[in-house]
Design a protein around this ligand. Structure first.
Ligand code: GDP
Length: 329
């Protein structure tokens, strides 16, 4: 390498939900040296089902980073079998939340360890290591936080809204029950205050359902603002629409325009940079008018190569934004 070339960025924290975030995290994991990536994952989607502790976003991240994710569904494991679900159906049990046989083992084992008083952070670290994941995977908190969705048919538990009712009810408001009292873990705080940290990436996840619960934990916004590392959000919109899931539907229902600008404004003063898709390049002016530095690039991650290319582009961009101490509020 040419000596005068700046050293590539090494230490990165990514904030992530499930599918979109995990794809970005996988790209980053490929590009960064082992141990240098920390992924902080939303646990607002967690719930108890059939007596099991289920953490859907954490599981998507775990399976994706381990190379075990099911590429067709976007959730669960690849090459899964469904004997358990079939038997449940035959017995008249609950089948609205699909649990494959291999996936089931994860929930049973996590539940067993939680009952023995291990923390979600400890359990996740051990499972990630067993599955050969080189990144540090962290639940945002070990305390219960539960996303509740106020809709036209009343307030719903998140999985009731998301899976059972397939996001059909009209959303009027979202709240993260328990977030006020849920401390981010010491590991989350350590990752965000690490002096060697070079970039904080808000993955292209649902800003309202996946990133907001993390930002709702006491102190997290302040840690992002106080970090010398640039905070960069990747737009979850491609061509003015969500790639998958209810992001655009929820934005419309909440009276927010479905645009990269609205996503950037939602994160507001936290951001030092914003990455928008080339298909939305016409919006770039609106972002620069907000005084926000932007990168326009192809953000659609269909293949592993796409994920790696986007990760490289985002890290190169982060380097141009530089490190700065104590941002102004
Ligand atoms: P969930 O928790 O499983 O719903 O997943 P996330 O919140 O992490 O991701 C959902 C968001 O990811 C949606 O808004 C999608 O538009 C976005 N998304 C999914 N795939 C991609 C992609 O390849 N590129 C970009 N830019 N966004 C994506």
């Amino acid at each position: 390498m040419n000596d005068r070339q700046p050293r590539p960025i090494q230490r990165v924290v990514a904030l992530s939900g499930g599918v979109g975030g995990a794809k970005m995290a996988l790209g980053l994991q490929h590009v960064l040296p082992p141990g240098e990536l920390t992924v902080i994952v939303n646990t607002g989607d967690d719930f108890e089902h059939l007596g099991l502790a289920i953490s859907p976003d954490l599981d998507t991240a775990l399976y994706t980073l381990a190379g075990l994710a099911n590429p067709e569904t976007g959730w669960g494991r690849r090459a899964e079998t469904w004997t358990f679900m079939q038997a449940m159906q035959d017995l008249g049990g609950e089948t609205w939340f699909r649990l494959g046989d291999g996936d089931l083992a994860l929930h049973v084992e996590r539940t067993r360890r939680l009952k023995m008083a291990a923390s979600l952070t400890e359990i996740t670290a051990d499972l990630a290591q067993r599955l050969g994941i080189p990144a540090q995977l962290l639940p945002m908190t070990d305390a219960p936080v539960r996303t509740r969705v106020t809709t036209d048919i009343g307030e719903l538990d998140f999985q009731d809204y998301f899976v059972r009712r397939q996001c059909q009810p009209r959303v009027a408001a979202l709240r993260f029950a328990g977030a006020d009292a849920a401390a981010p873990t010491p590991q989350v705080c350590a990752a965000l205050t690490d002096p060697a940290l070079e970039a904080i990436i808000l993955c292209p996840s649902n800003p309202y359902l996946s990133i907001d619960p993390i930002l709702a934990l006491p102190g997290v916004r302040e840690l992002l603002r106080a970090s010398g590392a640039p905070v960069i959000a990747i737009s979850p919109l491609v061509g003015g629409a969500a790639v998958k899931g209810p992001t655009a539907k929820i934005m419309t229902e909440l009276g927010i325009s479905v645009s990269p600008r609205a996503v950037a404004q939602h994160y507001g003063e936290l951001l030092d940079g914003f990455v928008l898709d080339a298909r939305d390049a016409a919006s770039e002016n609106q972002l620069t008018a907000l005084g926000l530095p932007t990168l326009v690039t192809d953000t659609l991650m269909k293949t592993l190569d796409d994920r790696i290319r986007l990760a490289r582009a985002v890290l190169d961009y982060a380097r141009t934004l530089g490190n700065h101490q104590e941002k102004q509020p």
